[in-house]
Design a protein around this ligand. Structure first.
Ligand SMILES: [Fe+2]
Length: 283
């Protein structure tokens, strides 16, 4: 489906989610009207993509802050020159990484779900990409919730789950059971309501959700694995193959994302902006 508007074009990227915005150069000042169209497309499509951009830190920061206040990371030395900017990269200078999340595959997750106020959305600008792999997959958590069997939906009413920033604590991995004292963690509803769209979205992920509160461990593991397998089905997923110059923004409130593996000998450099968090409303 293609929708022509006064000045921008919004083109669907896949049946699952995602839209490409065509006709915007983010180096130029963005009118309020055009920004509202981009914001609307973001809310409707969960992911928006603008191709062939070439933005400085300042230009990307200016675009990002239109969506709301930006959030700092927790590794200050890996951040850009402005609050809210970080580099996702496997580049090493003098043997030291210059960015976060350097190598390898990452399972599905929602950024900062382990915080009391998780990030609304995240944006990546592709500066250097590997020749193959390093794709980002996005899963539509509205569709995942909507298509759950009625009895599973009923089981989820009122349930809350612990989100942990430790990749060994989830039921799929189950490397450890103890949460270290310095590991960020928070309990959030399993189903949340998106504040802008009012829609219900599943809010658990294979990488970071460890346990549903109030259930025995085997029951919690069984239900979580069922939900992870459900949301990761192909019909809910858009797989993004990056091109240099892509600016892509996803909504952490209703979409999960994952990364495929790539050759660590190749360079992958992305500039990331993370939007400030907001309270999670139970669905
Ligand atoms: Fe992430």
């Amino acid at each position: 489906m293609t929708t022509a508007t006064q000045s921008i074009e919004v083109r669907r990227l896949s049946p699952a989610l995602g839209a490409e915005i065509i006709g915007v150069d983010l180096r130029e000042p963005l009118s309020g009207e055009v920004f509202e169209q981009i914001l609307h497309a973001w809310h409707e499509n969960l992911v928006v993509l603008l191709r062939n951009q070439d933005l400085s830190e300042d230009q990307q920061w200016e675009f990002g802050r239109r969506f709301g206040p930006l959030a700092g990371g927790h590794i200050p030395e890996l951040e850009g020159s402005r609050e809210g900017i970080a580099y996702v990269s496997n580049v090493r200078k003098d043997g030291k990484l210059i960015g976060i999340l350097p190598d390898g595959e990452m399972q599905f997750h929602s950024d900062q779900c382990y915080r009391e106020l998780p990030s609304q959305g995240s944006m990546l600008h592709a500066i250097t990409i590997p020749s193959a792999g390093g794709d980002t997959l996005f899963a539509n958590c509205y569709s995942a919730y909507d298509t759950l069997p009625r009895d599973v939906k009923q089981r989820l009413v009122g349930l809350r789950a612990r989100q942990v920033y430790d990749y060994n604590l989830n039921p799929t991995q189950r490397g450890t059971r103890e949460i270290a004292a310095d590991v960020p963690t928070w309990v959030h509803p399993v189903v949340r309501i998106h504040p802008a769209t009012g829609r219900k979205a599943l809010y658990v992920s294979r990488l970071m959700t460890s346990r549903i509160e109030g259930l025995a461990e085997h029951e919690s593991d069984q239900l979580l694995n069922l939900l992870f397998d459900h949301v990761e089905q192909a019909q809910f997923i858009y797989s993004h193959a990056w091109q240099k110059g892509d600016v892509l923004m996803w909504d952490n409130r209703c979409a999960l994302h994952a990364r495929t593996n790539f050759d660590p000998a190749e360079t992958r450099l992305m500039r990331r902006i993370t939007l400030m968090g907001e309270p999670v409303v139970a669905g």
